[in-house]
Design a protein around this ligand. Structure first.
Ligand SMILES: [Zn+2]
Length: 994
């Protein structure tokens, strides 16, 4: 792992804006154009949802309300050293709960060599990609640095206008936000990097601001399809200049290549002069003329290459060398000095006599009539002023330099042809093959092969996992292993080893390795954890825990290891709700309880965390932890949070995971008091301040659980709490905003707290008459023109933060037999539906599970008329055929064996309410005259056992809902009649485009 640090050099950069929204100027003002000519967005390789405008300098996401991904764009060529790549954010969606906005970065991936453009750039599996995302710099989706500005936050509050990146001459990456330099990522960035932008979530359209184009770039290829219209709308205002070459007229020692792009000084061993070459035409204002040094010799090491500008008006004769012996009008860089004619104008801190092969040297007449010199892209600033308008570039292929080539855009592209990279899939395929081989070997239960099994499991499973830190990759490995029946085979082998007798060392070693694999793979893959729940492993672990509880496990290292892994494994398995039945049956709680307050604090933590997922409402006394155990868990939380790379503790707990565990433990009053007593609130505040959005949310939720009559005053008095909650209220992430609102509503306000005497009762807010949000939702409902007979308004309910907190409701509830969790529809408003007779007849409200189904507003009336959710392919009432939504799998385009005739629901409204399902549309409220993004969803009951629990399919990278793992957030049923509609949900978000 590379070590990065963010170096906060707050140097003042001279920059100016021509206006707040349009016509931004480049930040580095003395550098209007780049070495290789202005770049555009890459016209051929880009995300599928992108359209271009303005000659490929503006990129927009098509259908931004329905598609928030597939809008990655690249620069048309690699970035030069010191060349700023800056974009302006033209349009965004305001008030959106989409957790993200635009991301900018650089990548070593040559877009031309990508087999497909990833949906989001953090998905890119090849090369190295650095993305500025939220308040972090990610390298291939792993955080490598904290950034001082959170661009998501800026974007959501409308305070983000520009983002820029620039590789400096030392190979580091400078970062610019809103035209201001904010810091540098100190690493050696490769010399060939492309700029990349992900027009993501809240962001709709961006434009390149730098380098500013002086003349439009002519496109060689015919624009195709969707971009045609965009290309037509902008026509060039003046013809582009012809490509630049060397002029045929040159010094008498010069030998010119046939394409006039390379100049060699003949007899370089004997003559150091007469190597002058000129540009074929005058330079455009702001056009950099750049050459690359191809060949040098040490013979003339006291003098070398020279470059400059020349006015060819007054009867020009090619000089022997620069700065010219006759009265020519030249500005030239010689050694470390800049001459105007023969007078020294300026000293530069680079000596041209020391150039090496491959170095680039450039000259430019800027639009402010100054001359700039460049060395490997580095600009030395204005070296002289009052340069005439029509000047040619002049190069003296002098002394130790005897061959140079033009380094202009068209030549650049030809020479940069590189061989295609290695096939990114080959490595994966090899790993999977080895995994498969190991599974095959596990099937053969033979004492002679135990050592071999241990070795292969170690190399092909354990090391494979250990060498990949990316949780998504680890999850994928767990899934593949599960598909190969890895859980069954590994547990069968464990049973075989137990039969052989664990007293023998090599058998014990194999046993320990296989158990480790179970622990690790179940940590990142719920599928694997679920599969383990179907084996005998849980029963084995329970018997071991019972056997060792009175033994000296605290001093026996081997026993300790067994107990430890068992507790962790049970914790991993307890997270899967499907496993809870077997956990009950095996009385796992009883087996864990003896370890709950173990002297070994790591054990007590594992035990408590596992228990926190298992206990029922009347079992909260089981999770009562002693003071020291709580203190130790808080220490783990700190440790995990302080690990900036993994956000994970030594013992393998993620920050989110510990926070959810603490929230679970807070169901016990003694635990709440101990968390407050052990300064846990300070840690929560710190995480709310500096954590990732999911961590902020979990910290606020955990803290909310801590609040009761005993703790409220202590919590409210925590330094910084009110401030951080006020900041979170403006978070771009809806869940974070809601979490802070709920917490604020539960705490006395800061002012009233200060004046409150300790014995005074908590002030209660005056009862509200009506909710403004519900009023607007009511008005929207009217526009749907639904017959009132469908509704039973007695059970209407607003789930905005205020109404929700007023009622004192929880965020998650459990319903059905067997019980299953669901989240309340926070932020939505429910219009209760009249229940069909079947609901009462079949005891649906008690026995069935609760879930959500997002849909489009135009489908609501049809669904109500039919009376239940429809499957693709169904013919609805009135003859309309139900088709598959755009972007979803179809009969023609679907994974093998995939049945598209399914109804998808989710126990989380965050998932069901996603754009892919609850298709947003615009709505203008007549009273407030505000524009909203409106969505609808159904609240349903679903028959237990009628559906399959599965992974999210919307390409989410981060956890969607803290209560439900992404791997079990989508439920699919093929059973007709297995759902009963009981509420229509509406959500409105204010929309403003910048
Ligand atoms: Zn409300």
């Amino acid at each position: 792992m590379l070590i990065f640090e963010l170096n906060l050099r707050f140097r003042k950069i001279d920059h100016s804006y021509s206006g707040p929204t349009v016509g931004p100027t480049p930040i580095t003002s003395p550098r209007p154009a780049s070495a290789a000519g202005a770049f555009t967005f890459h016209s051929k390789v880009h995300g599928s949802a992108v359209k271009f405008l303005n000659n490929y300098r503006t990129a927009a996401r098509e259908d931004p309300l329905n598609n928030d991904k597939n809008a990655v764009v690249f620069t048309s060529r690699p970035l030069e050293t010191e060349e700023l790549f800056e974009i302006h954010i033209d349009k965004r969606i305001k008030g959106s709960d989409k957790p993200g906005s635009v991301e900018i970065g650089v990548t070593t991936v040559n877009p031309q060599e990508l087999s497909s453009v990833p949906a989001t750039m953090t998905d890119c599996k090849v090369g190295q990609t650095w993305m500025y995302s939220g308040a972090e710099m990610l390298l291939n989706s792993l955080k490598v640095a904290n950034m001082p500005k959170d661009i998501y936050e800026l974007q959501s509050t409308g305070k983000l206008s520009k983002l820029g990146v620039k590789r400096d001459a030392q190979g580091r990456l400078d970062i610019f936000v809103n035209g201001e330099y904010i810091g540098t990522i100190n690493d050696r960035f490769p010399t060939t990097i492309y700029g990349v932008v992900d027009i993501y979530m809240q962001t709709v359209q961006v434009s390149i601001t730098s380098p500013k184009v002086e003349a439009p770039i002519e496109k060689e290829e015919e624009p195709s399809g969707q971009t045609q219209e965009a290309a037509k709308s902008t026509s060039p205002t003046s013809p582009p200049p012809p490509p630049i070459t060397f002029r045929k007229t040159c010094g008498k020692n010069v030998e010119m290549s046939s394409d006039q792009k390379t100049a060699t000084r003949r007899n370089y061993m004997t003559d150091c002069d007469n190597g002058i070459v000129l540009s074929s035409r005058p330079l455009q204002s702001g056009e950099m003329f750049e050459i690359r040094v191809d060949k040098t010799i040490s013979k003339w090491d006291h003098e070398g290459l020279k470059i400059g500008l020349v006015d060819l008006h007054s009867g020009f004769e090619i000089p022997r060398t620069l700065p010219g012996q006759i009265a020519e009008v030249t500005w030239s860089w010689v050694g470390d000095e800049v001459f105007h004619d023969r007078r020294v104008e300026k000293k530069l801190n680079m000596n041209l006599n020391r150039v090496k092969n491959g170095d680039r040297v450039g000259v430019m007449r800027a639009s402010d009539n100054t001359v700039h010199f460049f060395y490997n892209g580095q600009d030395f600033g204005a070296a002289a002023d009052r340069i005439p308008e029509k000047v040619f570039a002049i190069v003296d292929v002098h002394g130790c330099t005897f061959e140079v080539s033009l380094n202009m855009p068209d030549t650049e592209m030809e020479t940069k042809q590189t061989a295609p990279g290695p096939n990114p899939n080959s490595e994966v395929n090899t790993a999977l093959m080895k995994m498969k081989q190991t599974v095959e070997l596990l099937k053969i239960k033979n004492e002679a092969s135990i050592k071999k099994v241990k070795q292969m499991a170690q190399e092909n499973l354990l090391e494979l996992y250990r060498s990949h830190q990316d949780p998504l990759l680890r999850k994928a490995m767990g899934e593949k292993f599960t598909e190969m029946q890895g859980a069954t085979h590994i547990v069968d082998y464990i049973k075989f080893l137990r039969e052989c007798g664990l007293e023998v060392d090599y058998i014990q070693e194999c046993y320990s390795t296989l158990r480790k694999i179970c622990v690790w793979y179940s940590d990142d893959s719920l599928k694997f954890a679920r599969a383990l729940g179907e084996t005998d492993l849980l029963a084995i672990m329970v018997s071991e825990l019972q056997k060792y509880k009175n033994k000296s496990y605290e001093t026996d290292e081997k026993l300790l290891d067994v107990v430890k892994t068992n507790l962790i494994l049970l914790h991993n398995c307890a997270k899967v709700t499907e496993n809870r039945g077997v956990i009950r049956r095996l009385q796992v709680i009883d087996a864990i309880l003896p370890y709950r307050n173990s002297k070994i604090k790591e054990l007590s933590t594992h035990a408590l965390m596992a228990l926190s997922y298992m206990v029922a409402i009347d079992e909260h006394h089981y999770i009562q932890a002693d003071e020291n155990s709580i203190a130790f868990i808080l220490q783990i939380l700190e440790e995990a949070f302080n690990n900036k790379t993994t956000h994970m503790s030594e013992t393998g707990y993620h920050v989110d995971e510990v926070l959810v565990g603490l929230a679970n433990l807070a169901k016990n009053k003694g635990n709440r008091i101990n968390v407050v007593k052990k300064q846990g609130v300070n840690t929560f505040v710190k995480i709310m301040k500096l954590g990732r959005p999911s961590e902020q949310e979990c910290a606020a939720m955990a803290l909310l659980e801590m609040v009761d009559d005993t703790t409220v005053q202590h919590i409210a008095a925590t330094p910084g709490l009110h401030g951080v909650l006020a900041t979170m209220k403006n978070s771009p992430v809806e869940a974070v905003r809601q979490a802070s609102e709920r917490l604020l509503l539960k705490l006395p306000s800061q002012d009233s707290f200060v004046q409150m005497m300790p014995d005074m009762p908590k002030p209660t807010a005056p009862k509200r008459r009506k909710c403004d949000y519900k009023e607007i939702c009511n008005a929207y409902m009217k526009t749907l023109n639904l017959n009132d007979a469908f509704f039973d308004h007695e059970f209407d309910r607003c789930y905005c933060s205020v109404c929700h907190t007023d009622r004192g409701d929880d965020l998650y509830y459990t319903r059905g037999d067997p019980p299953k969790d669901y989240g309340i529809p926070a932020g939505w408003c429910r219009y209760a539906l009249s229940l069909p007779a079947k609901a009462k007849a079949m005891n649906v409200l008690e026995a069935w599970h609760r879930a959500y189904h997002g849909t489009r507003s135009t489908a609501v009336a049809k669904i109500l008329q039919v009376g239940e959710l429809l499957m693709p392919g169904d013919t609805a009432l009135g003859g309309e055929k139900i088709s598959v939504c755009k972007g979803h799998f179809t009969e023609e385009r679907k994974p093998e064996g995939f049945n598209i005739k399914k109804i998808f629901v989710s126990p989380s409204i965050r998932y069901a309410g996603h754009n892919a399902y609850a298709m947003p549309h615009k709505y203008k409220d007549a009273t407030t005259e505000k524009n909203y993004v409106a969505r609808v969803a159904f609240q349903i009951c679903i028959r237990p056992d009628s559906y399959v629990v599965g992974d999210q399919t919307i390409g989410a990278l981060s956890q969607i809902d803290p209560k439900f793992d992404n791997q079990e957030i989508e439920w699919a049923t093929e059973e007709r009649g297995s759902t009963v509609l009981y509420g229509l949900l509406v959500k409105l978000e204010e929309e403003v485009s910048a």
